[in-house]
Design a protein around this ligand. Structure first.
Ligand SMILES: Cc1ncc(COP(=O)(O)O)c(C=O)c1O
Length: 339
């Protein structure tokens, strides 16, 4: 079976498993797990922030950011297809009691002029806008990359209007590799950044939220009330340390495989591959028949993909699919559609 549903399906490397088995641990709710502390320091240093918090998932990291940056009744500006709004069960409203204001874009790229149009003045009737959320790479836009200037421009816009700015950088290292810039350059404009260890980097569990010391101290309180206070979490953090040390540069291979998939799938009748400014590890294809039907046929042929719209399918490359797997997937795609 060739699993192209997501980079979340990646399994830990042998080195990660060894590090997990050998990890020094303590009670992290008491701040006594040395391996978690080491991972948090590493994450903060890597992205150039004062502090970091290890959380079980990207969703918790994002939602904690919203919870910590806002007060109930505030408004959160967010791109309309962003994960934090589209895929997190209305957490902005449900957990933080804030109101999301989705801003539609054709391609995942928010712009200051789109944000100007969405921002309302200080009228008594309106909620207070207090947070802008940005996503890089942008999942539903097909792994679209936001550049350093763009990130700086969006954060500058937020700050000029009195808003904080959070980055959902679940795949920030994919963006950094695609742009050939340090991830820190993409992270620095923001007040907080969440990134995931358990996607392309291959760790089994975990994400980091980074920010200023006070912000992280408050987020740590929020993590506890959400049930995310973990005890001997060093066994998980150990895999995260290996992920950050050894798995970032190889993301380039996933990007090459995605480009290969995109090129070859473009030749398959009945499919249109969505063009990208800069390809990372995702390929979005439009299908001429219902996506659910195509997904089922492919499953029978041993290829797993996800439908992300009525006639839209997403394929994600990662460390557990090779170039040959990608070529085999294209062949099976063509056969399944021809049948
Ligand atoms: C852009 C983005 N943000 C956040 C998340 C949430 O991560 P998790 O599944 O660890 O909650 C995902 C997961 O796919 C994602 O793609």
């Amino acid at each position: 079976v060739i699993d192209l549903r997501s980079d979340t399906v990646t399994t830990p490397t042998p080195e990660m498993r060894r590090a997990m088995a050998a990890a020094e641990v303590g009670d992290d709710v008491y701040g006594e797990d040395p391996t978690v502390r080491r991972l948090e320091e590493m994450a903060a240093d890597l992205l150039g922030f004062e502090a970091a918090l290890f959380v079980p998932s990207g969703t918790m990291g994002n939602q904690l950011a919203v919870l910590t940056h806002t007060r109930p009744g505030d408004e959160v500006l967010v791109e309309a297809e962003a994960h934090i709004y589209y895929y997190e069960q209305g957490g902005i409203a449900r957990l933080a009691g804030a109101q999301p204001r989705p801003v539609a874009t054709p391609d995942g790229h928010l712009t200051p002029s789109l944000l100007d149009a969405a921002l309302r003045g200080p009228d008594l009737h309106f909620p207070r806008p207090s947070l802008l959320c940005v996503e890089n790479t942008h999942n539903r836009a097909g792994g679209e990359v936001l550049g350093v200037d763009e990130c700086q421009g969006l954060a500058a816009w937020a700050h000029a209007h009195g808003l904080r700015c959070h980055l959902d950088g679940a795949r920030i290292f994919n963006a950094a590799i695609a742009l050939a810039v340090p991830a820190r350059a993409l992270a620095q404009p923001f007040d907080s950044v969440m990134f995931c260890l358990s996607k392309g980097l291959g760790a089994p569990v975990g994400s980091l939220l980074v920010g200023a010391r006070d912000f992280i101290a408050e987020a740590r309180r929020g993590r506890k009330v959400l049930g995310g206070g973990m005890r001997q979490a060093g066994v998980l953090a150990a895999a995260g340390i290996v992920a950050l040390s050894t798995m970032v540069n190889r993301l380039e291979e996933d990007h090459r495989n995605a480009a290969l998939l995109a090129d070859r799938l473009a030749e398959v009748p009945g499919l249109v591959v969505e063009p990208m400014r800069l390809r990372t590890n995702m390929v979005m294809v439009q299908t001429d028949r219902p996506a659910a039907e195509v997904v089922l046929r492919l499953r029978e042929a041993g290829v797993l993909v996800n439908a992300v719209g009525p006639r839209r399918i997403r394929l994600v490359t990662h460390k557990d699919v090779s170039r040959d797997d990608c070529l085999a997937a294209v062949r099976r795609f063509a056969e399944a559609l021809a049948a």
